[in-house]
Design a protein. Structure first.
Lengths: 582, 325
């Protein structure tokens, strides 16, 4: 009996080992996607997008509609897996780094073809880099692919190998290439040569003249209404069983500008997914719909992006001298950080679906969030004493503070009109600051007017929300460095205006040029501590992110980075069960 | 001859209107805060890239110089190139204008066919349940802005599935024959058309009701009744002819109202018309495209005014110069 049990145990153990080895081998095959189980092929999926595309050329149009289209129609050398946040190979099959960490030799996948059947080679990679760095084209992608202000040097070693040389060691390495779709040289080189590239692949270009390496190809654009994509028969990716991806035959992007109509369409089954998170006010309705089984609601936890509040810290800010002294004082920012009840903020602004945050790195950023960074406690008495220390006192006993010149302690807070969460947030900030005697005039402006004010430095305080494009801080140097354009409290400084900004510049430069991840984390932890002490931007809450799809959508892996669902369009599928299709 | 002179005068006014509206659109969009390169700013592009893009789009030129250049091209019907799409404005506007015209015509037809007869009914009978219901319904529809009506209709369509929620054609009908396309468009038309038409039908009903009531109280109408002319003939033929004049005189203004109303309805119902295009252009501060849309809108308005004069001429002989008194 014992011997028989032992035999069964050995057999089971052997089966387990075989299964584990098979699984491990599958994991080691990066281009092979492992399907959940019997994914149905065929069918079509309808998603909504809010804006109309300005072009089909991502190199010249940075809007979100073009970004989504690019995810469907183009491929990159490497991509960030939005679910794991790890870098994974795409058109680059493998790569090796040089000892000095400056040069990467990248082996390209063989046998890959563009959607028009023309083979993909290293010449396309070199061409793509040439196009984004061309000054006449002025691509914002080109700006993002600079390290220490210098471009990467790319050359073809042979038809299937390229060399990419960084000007200096760069921690994120090839991860930076997630931003660069590879374009077909045979279709676009002429337009680069004759200076017409900015107009190439415009919205009236016939779809037959557009080709890519992505899972789908554009079949039709019905202006202002929808974009229809068909599966690319030459797409190179396969699933674990060897079946060619994508599973879907067709993807349609319906242009729905109104968010209420978008939700109604989703509930009625006319669209399968939307490309942004569920608004806090729509959550209850969609949860109810989810309970009927018509839609599936994914809770992705706290988001990467918290609403940001900051003062204009420029030396040439258009703020009268007496007010500037206290408005730009660090003690004011510390007082505000202590005066706002973040739990109440989360409850009021996001209806409870948010977590308090204290710094620019949200707890959702699991790799780079440092829980050891000190956080301010909610303490209004302490906040009041900080304000008194910078000369803001309640002289006439009406509860509101006056500055040293007898003027009310008052400032204007600009925010984005039409964004309900921001409008609610600004109202809560105004109410919370009133409790410590600060008067806030909230001015909601059209988003372009907000960006314009930011660009011109014409504001006292701003409350806005930026979208994270990658979790690695070295890929947001524009935000951290004093010379950066996204260093929003004091943009584009020729020299660091303060000692602490000089320190952050140094730490970030070291962090970005360090290859060892543990050391990078340590350096970035120091940056976060400086930030927590100086508080150039105040953060209050990061909303929980909910993504919704029709229940018939299979294999979705929604992610915090956009496009939240369609980033993995090649592995999406739809159920053919009757009654679940719209 | 007076009619010809009137139409000629209106045509000249129409041209001035188009000039003022399109010029105003260029100048106001240019001075409004924000610019078409905001996306570039938000995407973290360098100052040099942003400056180059501004120069390429001509946004670094003085306002007056930019306007004069635009005007010199516009008089030759060249409205320039969209800053947002990099395509000729005329090419972008043409198809959208046709879509908006289709929606406006459908809404106007519905509003006219429903509003005017109901106005005659409610105006010819001062008492009774039917006129009371019509008046109450009109008041409700009058107080509902197109945004609310379109959202309500979209909601009903979502719940019942009787009509598509948005768009102008179905995905399945992406490239069918003409007949299928027409049928598909006709299926998509009711929601936005009803949303636009309801407040308009209510206005027409109120105006027609008032005019009918006043006309039927005129001494010559009472004399006609005394001569034994049947009341239905009096109301629907003689009375209608006389009472339609005030409605016809402001009919042209409704065209303008329809276009401004369609702005919201097109966004909610995803109708790919001029309103949506102008909304996108305004949001992006694409001044040439805004000007192109505004120009077409003002042409619609001027044409509506002319149409109104022609309609009035048919209803009122004095307008045709036949008044000998």
């Amino acid at each position: 009996m014992v011997r028989r049990s032992l035999r069964i145990f050995i057999v089971l153990l052997a089966i387990c080992i075989v299964a584990l080895v098979a699984g491990a081998l599958r994991i080691l095959q990066p281009d092979a996607f492992a399907p959940a189980s019997r994914i149905p092929s065929g069918g079509s999926l309808v998603s909504s997008i809010r804006g109309v595309p300005r072009s089909f050329n991502r190199y010249v149009a940075p809007d979100s509609a073009v970004e989504t289209i690019t995810f469907l129609t183009q491929s990159r050398l490497v991509r960030i897996n939005r679910a794991t946040m790890e870098t994974e190979p795409m058109l680059a099959e493998s790569w090796t780094g040089s000892k000095d960490n400056l040069t990467y030799t990248v082996k390209l996948r063989r046998g890959v073809k563009f959607s028009d059947g023309v083979p993909f080679t290293s010449a396309d990679v070199v061409f793509s880099f040439r196009a984004i760095y061309d000054e006449k084209i002025g691509s914002s992608i080109g700006d993002s692919l600079h390290v220490e202000g210098k471009p990467l040097e790319v050359s073809a070693l042979d038809e299937n190998t390229v060399s990419i040389r960084f000007p200096s060691a760069f921690g994120p390495g090839l991860r930076v290439l997630d931003n660069l779709p590879i374009y077909p040289r045979h279709l676009l080189e002429q337009s680069v040569n004759d200076g017409t590239f900015a107009k190439a692949w415009g919205v009236t270009t016939p779809p037959a003249k557009i080709a890519g390496l992505g899972p789908f190809m554009l079949r039709e654009y019905q202006a202002g209404q929808r974009l229809v994509f068909e599966r690319n028969p030459y797409y190179w990716r396969k699933d674990a069983s060897g079946a060619r991806l994508p599973y879907l035959d067709r993807v349609t992007l319906e242009i729905v500008a109104d968010q209420n109509a978008e939700v109604l369409r989703l509930q009625s089954g006319q669209i399968d997914c939307i490309q942004s998170e569920v608004r806090p006010e729509d959550y209850a309705t969609l949860k109810q719909t989810a309970s009927t089984g018509r839609v599936r609601l994914y809770d992705l936890g706290p988001g990467l992006d918290a609403d940001s509040f900051w003062f204009n810290l420029r030396n040439d800010a258009k703020i009268p001298g007496a007010r500037r002294a206290w408005l730009q004082h660090v003690e004011l920012r510390r007082a505000i950080a202590e005066a706002v009840d973040r739990t109440r903020f989360a409850d009021t602004v996001f209806f409870g679906a948010a977590v308090p945050v204290f710094g620019p790195v949200s707890p959702a950023n699991k790799i780079w969030f440092d829980p050891q960074v000190p956080t301010p406690a909610f303490d209004r008495a302490r906040a009041a004493s900080r304000l008194a220390a910078i000369g803001l006192k309640n002289k006439d006993r009406d509860g509101m503070l006056l500055d040293a010149t007898g003027q009310p302690a008052q400032f204007t807070l600009i925010t984005q009109k039409g964004n309900t969460a921001l409008e609610r947030g600004a109202a809560v900030i105004r109410d919370e600051l009133r409790t410590i005697g600060l008067a806030v005039d909230v001015v909601p402006l059209d988003v372009l007017a907000v960006v314009d004010r930011l660009e011109k430095g014409d504001f006292e305080a701003l409350y806005f929300r930026f979208l994270t494009s990658d979790v690695d801080p070295a890929l947001s140097m524009d935000f951290w460095r004093s010379s950066g354009n996204a260093h929003v409290w004091n943009r584009g400084q020729p020299q660091p205006a303060t000692e602490w900004e000089r320190r952050v510049d140094e730490l970030m430069a070291r962090q970005a040029s360090t290859i060892d991840l543990a050391e990078r984390k340590r350096l970035f932890g120091e940056v976060q501590r400086v930030f927590a002490d100086q508080l150039p931007i105040l953060y209050f809450a990061a909303p929980r992110v909910y993504v919704v799809t029709n229940a018939r959508v299979l294999n979705a892996t929604p992610a915090l980075l956009r496009p939240m669902v369609l980033w993995s369009a090649d592995t999406l599928a739809v159920s053919k069960t009757p009654g679940t299709s719209p | 001859m007076p009619l010809f002179r009137l139409l000629a005068r209106r045509a000249v006014f129409g041209l001035i209107l188009v000039f003022v509206v399109s010029s105003g659109a260029v100048l106001l969009t240019r001075v409004a805060p924000g610019s078409v390169v905001a996306d570039l700013v938000a995407s973290g592009a360098s100052q040099e890239t942003i400056a180059r893009e501004r120069a390429r789009l001509g946004l670094d030129r003085p306002l007056l110089e930019q306007y004069v250049t635009w005007l010199s091209h516009a008089v030759r019907l060249d409205f320039g190139e969209s800053l947002m799409f990099g395509r000729p404005v005329g090419e972008l506007v043409r198809q959208r204008a046709a879509n908006t015209a289709l929606l406006a015509v459908a809404a106007l037809a519905f509003a006219t066919l429903v509003g005017i007869p109901l106005g005659v009914v409610s105006g010819s009978r001062r008492r009774g349940v039917v006129p009371a219901i019509i008046r109450a319904a009109s008041l409700v529809c009058l107080s509902l802005p197109p945004l609310i009506t379109s959202l309500v209709f979209v909601f009903i369509a979502a719940r019942t599935g009787w009509f598509p929620i948005g768009g102008m054609t179905s995905i399945e009908a992406a490239s069918p024959g003409w007949f299928s396309w027409l049928r598909d468009v006709a299926w998509h038309l009711p929601i936005p058309a009803f949303a636009l038409a309801l407040p308009l039908a209510a206005v027409l009903e109120r105006l027609q009701s008032q005019a009918t009531g006043e006309t039927l109280g005129e001494p010559y109408m009472l004399a006609t009744i005394a001569r034994g002319v049947p009341r239905s003939r009096l109301v629907w033929r003689d009375g209608f002819k006389a009472s339609i004049r005030p409605v016809a005189s402001i009919y042209g203004l409704f065209v303008g109202g329809l276009l401004s109303g369609s702005f919201v309805v097109e966004i909610v119902t995803s109708w790919p018309g001029l309103g949506r295009l102008m909304f996108d252009a305004l949001r992006a501060r694409d001044l040439y495209l805004v000007a192109g849309c505004a120009t077409v809108g003002s042409i619609f308005l001027a044409a509506g005014g002319l149409l109104s004069d022609v309609a009035l001429a048919f209803a009122d002989p004095r307008m045709r110069g036949e008044d000998r008194s």
